[in-house]
Every structure is written in C-alpha cells, then in structure tokens.
Design a protein around this ligand. Structure first.
Ligand SMILES: [Zn+2]
Ligand SMILES: [Zn+2]
Length: 368
C-alpha cells in the first residue's frame, strides 16, 4: 500500500498558530495526481487567509502556488506523468468549462465556481477531513491536485526560483503584458513594492516602459525597488502619491498604473493616478467584502480603463515558458525577492515575517 503520510501545516482555526501535524493524504481519485512538494512561497494573501479575512473554511491547508514532482497518478490521468517536475499554480485550466472555452482560463470554473468549498485532500489523526485551499494546499509535504492544475516545467533552474512562477511572477508579468498590454515608451506607476509589485516593476522594465515610479510606504521595500530599476520611488505617507505621479508625468498621470498593495486606498489612488484614457490594473484583496470608492467624473468621463487581473490573466502553457526564459536570461531577478527559507514547521514565522514586511517571498522548502 502506498504511504501517503505527510507533515502539513493545517489551519484548524483562523487567527491562531497553524497546527503542524502528521496527516494522511487521500488517494488520488479520477483525474487527480499526487505531487511531492519542493517549495511553496508564503504569499501575503495567506496572511489574510490565516486571519479569516478571505473566508477560507478550516480545517484546510493553505499555500496556493507550489512546485514539486509527480509521484502518483489517479485513474484517467492523461496530462501528467510520474517523475515530471511540475508547477502547481494558483489557477487550473480545465480546458472545457465556459471560461476556458472562450480563452479566459484564469477564471476557470474548476476553481472559481466551487463557491469557496475546496476538495478534501487529507485526513487528520483525529479523523477530520482537511481541504486544500485554492485547490492546492502547498504548505505540506505532499499535494493531491487535479491534473488540470499541474504544468510540467522544463528548465535547469532550481525549484526555489521556479516556485515563484505559480503566483508572484506570473501575476506580475501578466498584469503588465496581458492586462495592461504595455507598449514600449509608456510610463508606469506601481502601487506597492511587495513581491508582486516588484515583479510588475521588472516586467515593466522588460516591456520597455520609458519610466517607472513605485509607490511604497516601507523604506526597505523602496530600496529594493530602486535596485530593481525604479526611476523614482514615492513614500505615500510623506507625500500625495497621486499628485506626485501626475507631476512626474507632465501633469497627466501615468499611461498605466498597476496596483499590488491590496489596500482599497491604493486601488483608488491607482485609478486616479492614471492619465485620461490610461489603464489602471487592480490585483489586490484587502477583505472579501471590501469596497473601493472612486469619484464618478474620472471613472465615467475620462475614458480610463479599470482592469481586474487574476493570476496575471495568464495562459500557463504560453506564459510560463516565457517567464522561465526571462529568469534564465537574467532579465527577471529572483535573488532580491527570495528573502528567507522556512521548514513547514516554521510556517507561523513565515506568516509573521510576511505580515511585518520583513520578507518579500519567504519560501517554505521541503527536502527532496
Ligand atoms: Zn499569492
Ligand atoms: Zn476551465
């Protein structure tokens, strides 16, 4: 009989430390595979998931983007094989739902029509069934995931670097390339210089923005933004960010603004700091029930496009190889983004460091 016992960080209750447990991964059913986890970046979204702000239902295993190796396939699996190194990103592509059929797999029904109730993937020693949050459950030694959510990766790069492809890199790259469709020579303002904003900054540079300004309250993060090519950095606690972006762009506002801070205030600023007819791309979530207030004239009269982006609106099989190429050629730099490594037993430390902005991406790494 296959041994599927594993160590996992289980969210038993929101707002209290993770429960580090030995649990039993369920056998893969139709169309599902077992992946031995190599690395899962701790994402700032999981600070909100841990606190209960985004309505995840315990007991569950968080961690919505990972990399690892397929070690077992269930019945009917056609697109994954034992031994493959695979990315397990935040979004599946089933290929057959309405959204996949119309070419928008980043809204795939396999994830977004579940109503927030994710498949059970493990059983605790107490008999409780445990779900995999976001259909991944990456803060555990093993994952039980749909074949539609694993994508083979071909690269000599290590898994620590490639693990960032499932959320930060693809979301940042896609915000610039797929959502904003940035044209060479355009000006860009990025709101927030956490891991996501720093990937947006790097993508904007690669896409040949003429000028990139980064708005970020944390001085350490502004410094990293500068080292990664920001032309100007702005502290929104010390100056009016919208007015500053406008004065840096001929009084108009930036051609493109990209929000990666998750605060509703930054989203409002991102819409107001774009020029008339420009594109504001919004990606963050502060709370599941938060609302953004935007004045009517700039919204309706000034031809601004407000674009929402989910996981970079990427098509995995098209965009991930391109992101890997950018990493391999040194045009994307993961070194300053990976700030710590943790064992799964240290998940609360990773969470604290993410919450306090001590980490950009703290990687939860596993022996393999
Ligand atoms: Zn994430
Ligand atoms: Zn689909």
């Amino acid at each position: 009989m296959t041994d599927r016992s594993m160590r996992a960080a289980v969210l038993r209750e929101t707002g209290v430390p993770f429960s580090i447990e030995e649990v039993e991964l369920l056998a893969p059913t139709d169309g599902r595979v077992v992946v031995r986890t190599h690395a899962s970046p701790f994402c700032s979204t999981d600070v909100h998931n841990w606190s209960g702000a985004l309505a995840k239902i315990p007991p569950t295993i968080l961690g919505h983007a990972s990399i690892g190796e397929v070690i077992e396939v269930g019945p009917g699996v056609r697109t994954a094989e034992v031994g493959q190194r695979v990315l397990v990103p935040g979004t599946p592509e089933c290929g057959s739902c309405y959204y996949c059929s119309v070419g928008e797999p980043w809204q795939c029904s396999e994830l977004f029509d579940l109503g927030g109730v994710y498949p059970d993937i493990a059983r605790g020693a107490d008999g409780a069934l445990i779900s995999g949050a976001g259909c991944v459950g990456g803060y555990a030694e093993l994952m039980n995931v749909s074949q539609n959510q694993v994508f083979p990766v071909e690269s000599e790069l290590d898994s620590d670097t490639l693990s960032l492809l499932g959320c930060g890199i693809t979301t940042g790259y896609g915000a610039v390339v797929n959502a904003a469709r940035l044209r060479p020579g355009e000006s860009v303002a990025v709101f927030g210089a956490g891991h996501l904003g720093l990937w947006m900054l790097q993508a904007a540079r690669v896409a040949r923005a003429s000028f990139v300004v980064v708005v970020e309250p944390d001085a350490r993060r502004r410094e990293v933004a500068r080292s990664l090519g920001a032309d100007v950095v702005i502290d929104p606690d010390g100056e009016d960010a919208v007015a500053s972006v406008q004065s840096l762009t001929g009084g108009r506002g930036a051609d493109v603004t990209l929000e990666a801070s998750s605060s509703t205030e930054a989203q409002r600023a991102a819409v107001l700091a774009v020029r008339r007819g420009g594109r504001a791309v919004l990606s963050g979530l502060e709370r599941g029930d938060a609302e953004v207030s935007i004045p009517q004239v700039p919204l309706s009269l000034q031809s601004r496009s407000v674009i929402s982006v989910q996981n970079g609106n990427v098509r995995m099989r098209r965009d991930v190889p391109e992101c890997i190429r950018l990493l391999e050629q040194g045009l994307f730099d993961a070194m300053p983004i990976i700030t710590s490594r943790y064992s799964v037993d240290q998940l609360d430390e990773a969470r604290e460091a993410s919450k306090n902005h001590d980490d950009l991406s703290g990687l939860v790494v596993f022996a393999h």
